[in-house]
Design a protein around this ligand. Structure first.
Ligand code: C2E
Ligand code: CA
Ligand code: CA
Ligand code: CA
Length: 275
């Protein structure tokens, strides 16, 4: 029976090796990338619909791979999460985003995406505080975007961390709202400052009446709970008109601007962008 077992094991070995090696090579690549500063941030503005001015920018990480060129976060963030590399990478993003934002006009906020893995690592609140202090950035100008995965993993400690950060003045946004199973439950679990309506609903606005009904319901709900709303992925004037009508606070998407390199932020703020 022993021999049989070994034979069966050997049968599966080559495929496993390939998979493990591929992951390992991306992990090594990520380590090198951090050490060699191959990462950069792109910044995508969000527009306040009450005055049609830019209210802030979301920081989005980019990997300038020496061979593969610009790699999208969708391709490496999941691997960075599996391998734990998201912890040092996420800290770099946070520090870099705060440093850039400290150079912008004081009314302009910066938004940073946090992975659930960063919360599990323990001292995310200390990391945020250190990043703000070292950059000299007012905590009120920082927004942290979290998905419901953060609240899914529990528990008292995650809520305590969020409350501590909120207490400092940091704004907490719920990202990709409406895509999970219990989005509404999470609104009761934590007093978010901002809800980001997922672009799936925005994309359907002109096509399906129920999408508009959902967006209206979310803005009304957010309003009554003292939260603001930001619609993601706005690509057309028609979608923008619907979102204005629905009472959305802010909009973000290719119609306003694609994510731009850090050096393109100041010129964008200089010229009065209005829609
Ligand atoms: P997200 O947080 O939902 O970010 C929005 C994504 O939608 C960005 O893709 C952005 O470029 C894209 N987008 C913006 N406007 C439009 C539009 O009008 N139309 C369409 N089709 N797309 C639009 P990106 O930069 O590729 O980022 C993908 C995801 O990767 C992000 O989704 C976020 O979940 C994750 N990510 C990016 N940067 C970071 C980071 O620094 N840390 C962590 N943990 N995750 C990050
Ligand atoms: Ca986001
Ligand atoms: Ca989002
Ligand atoms: Ca998303």
């Amino acid at each position: 029976a022993k021999g049989e077992g070994r034979g069966t094991h050997r049968f599966f070995e080559p495929a496993m090796d390939v998979e493990v090696q591929a992951r390992r090579s991306v992990e090594l690549d990520l380590r090198t990338a951090l050490a060699e500063r191959q990462f950069a941030l792109a910044f995508q503005p969000f527009l306040d619909l009450s005055d049609n001015r830019i209210a802030g920018f979301e920081a989005l990480v980019r990997w300038h791979h020496p061979v593969r060129g610009v790699v999208s976060p969708a391709a490496f963030v999941p691997i960075a999460e599996e391998t734990g590399m998201i912890v040092p990478l996420g800290e770099w993003v946070l520090r870099q985003a705060c440093r850039e934002a400290a150079r912008w006009p004081t009314g302009i906020r910066v938004s940073v995406n946090l992975s659930p893995v960063q919360f599990r690592s323990g001292d995310i609140d200390a990391t945020v505080i250190a990043a703000l202090r070292d950059a000299g950035l007012d905590p009120h100008r920082l927004e942290l975007e979290i998905t419901e995965g953060v609240l899914l993993q529990d528990n008292a400690s995650t809520l305590a961390i969020l409350h501590r950060l909120k207490g400092l003045g940091v704004r907490i946004a719920m990202d990709d709202f409406g895509t999970g199973y219990s989005s509404l439950g999470y609104l009761r679990a934590f007093p978010f400052d901002k809800i980001k309506i997922d672009r799936a609903f925005v994309a359907d606005l002109s096509l399906r009446p129920d999408a508009l009904a959902i967006v209206r319901a979310v803005t009304t709900l957010a309003d009554s709970m003292g939260m603001t709303t930001t619609a993601e992925g706005v690509e057309t004037e028609e979608q923008l008109a619907h979102l204005r009508g629905a009472g959305c606070t802010e909009v973000q998407g290719y119609l306003i601007s694609r994510p731009v390199p850090a050096e393109a932020v100041a010129p964008m703020l200089g010229s009065d962008v209005a829609c």
